[in-house]
Design a protein around this ligand. Structure first.
Ligand code: HEM
Length: 398
């Protein structure tokens, strides 16, 4: 099917409950349809839902990440002036290969593992503070957000007192409910902050991530370094914070898994992989635009059209995962998910996110074995349809 008739509803479709994907995904996977669907933010995009098709699309160099193209789809309207390609996320090969190499060394497994003691220390400090504040308390604002900001803030050597305003500006920039002026003001704030921040790194480099990247890559301009730092700050905390709160909600809905984890922290690795598959909080982050005509399934996608290879749908494809709607950390193919994307843009911070999440869930389950929701599960509010699927708040008691 190549027309809007396949789907009366506009995209992004909403999830029926925090854990169930939009019902349209299962039907499209089954029928093998790659429909052209209307977007809530205006325009159209082609939706790819099968696991094998999603992986093939993300590995296909005929699809581009070029955000300056009018057809590049977005869940919220992006005014033309805001469509920029500054960071590696918006680049295609061969440019992407060159720039990704500059920063890859900072995210090797060895380097990430060396961060484990400090990450654990930050988790302990933030959890101490959260517990000392007394319950019921909101995990999103009281732990998940400040912790993940602290980790990436420390890596980038951003002063702690600046993190909150940077976080707020980043949220405003991506928030379609804000006015155009408010979003522009947020971007100007971020640009000015990071221009000064990076200028300081060029003037007097120290032993922090951006200083090392700048010193080792003399061809990197100040503007490019600004875009990179902004991407790392945003990519480095938002999705991980969302995974902490949605992940904990999932575990509390599966008390036998939470209990098992509280008794055996070595289960954390598989628990995290299965949470990544089950929740896929960045379903809308892997949008592409066709740089050349291509065919997926029965659909021929013309140059300039937008495409959503849905990683959330791929992660629930029964052709790939047995009983995909079940949360089952012991499944044998638990690492085969595409929650971090696939291909050349595969998440650069995946191992750091894994490290943070494994330590967070193991620590919370060990220290708070009687943790429970402080409100009925149906009252937990989800924020759907933005770049990152998230909870507004997660009120907990212990
Ligand atoms: C659970 C947490 C995370 C999830 C689910 C996630 C998800 C993703 C996804 C799906 C992509 C691919 C986007 C595309 O194909 O266009 C991506 C790219 C990226 N992520 Fe993450 N991410 C997470 C955490 C992090 C962290 C902690 C960092 C850094 C500290 C990070 C940095 C990046 C960067 C730099 C890219 C761009 C890579 C490139 O374009 O080559 N992410 N992430």
């Amino acid at each position: 099917m190549t027309d809007d008739q396949s789907s009366a509803r506009v995209f992004p479709f909403r999830r029926a409950c925090p854990f169930d994907l939009p019902i349209e995904y299962a039907r499209l996977r089954e029928d093998g349809e790659v429909p052209r669907i209307p977007l809530a933010a205006g325009g159209h995009a082609w939706l790819v839902t099968r696991y094998e098709d999603v992986k093939a699309a993300l590995a296909d160099d005929r699809l581009s990440n070029d955000r300056t193209q009018a057809g590049y789809p977005s869940p919220v309207p992006i005014p033309p002036a805001m469509r920029t390609n500054g960071s590696i996320l918006g680049m295609d090969a061969p440019e992407h290969t060159v720039y990704r190499k500059m920063v890859k060394a900072e995210f090797t497994l060895q380097r990430v593992n060396s961060m484990a003691p400090r990450v654990q220390q930050l988790i302990d400090e933030h959890l101490d503070r959260f517990i000392a504040g007394g319950g019921p308390a909101d995990l999103v604002s009281g732990f998940a957000k400040p912790l993940t900001l602290a980790v990436i803030g420390e890596l980038l050597a951003i002063p702690t007192e600046d993190l909150d305003s940077l976080h707020k500006a980043t949220q405003d920039m991506f928030n379609g409910a804000r006015t155009k002026e408010e979003r522009h003001a947020a971007i100007t704030f971020l640009d000015t902050y990071f221009e000064n921040f990076i200028a300081g790194k060029f003037r007097s480099p120290r032993n922090d991530m951006m200083s090392r990247v700048i010193s080792k890559n003399p061809q990197l301009t100040q503007t490019e370094a600004v875009h990179l730092a902004r991407l790392l700050l945003n990519g480095g905390h938002d999705s991980t914070a969302s995974m902490i709160s949605l992940g904990l909600l999932t575990l509390l809905q599966h008390p036998e898994q939470y209990k098992a984890l509280s008794e055996d922290p070595s289960l954390a690795e598989n628990v995290v992989e299965e949470l990544l598959r089950y929740l896929t909080v960045t379903d809308l982050a892997t949008a592409r635009v066709a740089a050349r005509e291509l065919t997926i399934g029965d659909s021929t996608i013309p140059v300039g059209d937008g495409i959503y290879p849905s990683t959330a749908s791929a992660n629930r494809d029964p052709e790939m995962f047995e009983d995909p709607e079940a949360f089952r950390p012991s499944r044998p193919d638990v690492r085969k998910h595409v929650a971090f994307g696939f291909g050349r843009h595969l998440c650069l911070g995946a191992d750091l996110a894994r490290l943070e999440l494994q330590h967070v869930f193991a620590t919370i389950a060990r220290r708070l074995p009687d943790l429970r929701l402080a409100v009925p599960a149906k009252d937990v509010q989800v924020l759907d349809g933005g770049f990152v699927y998230r909870l507004a708040a997660l009120p907990l008691a212990w």
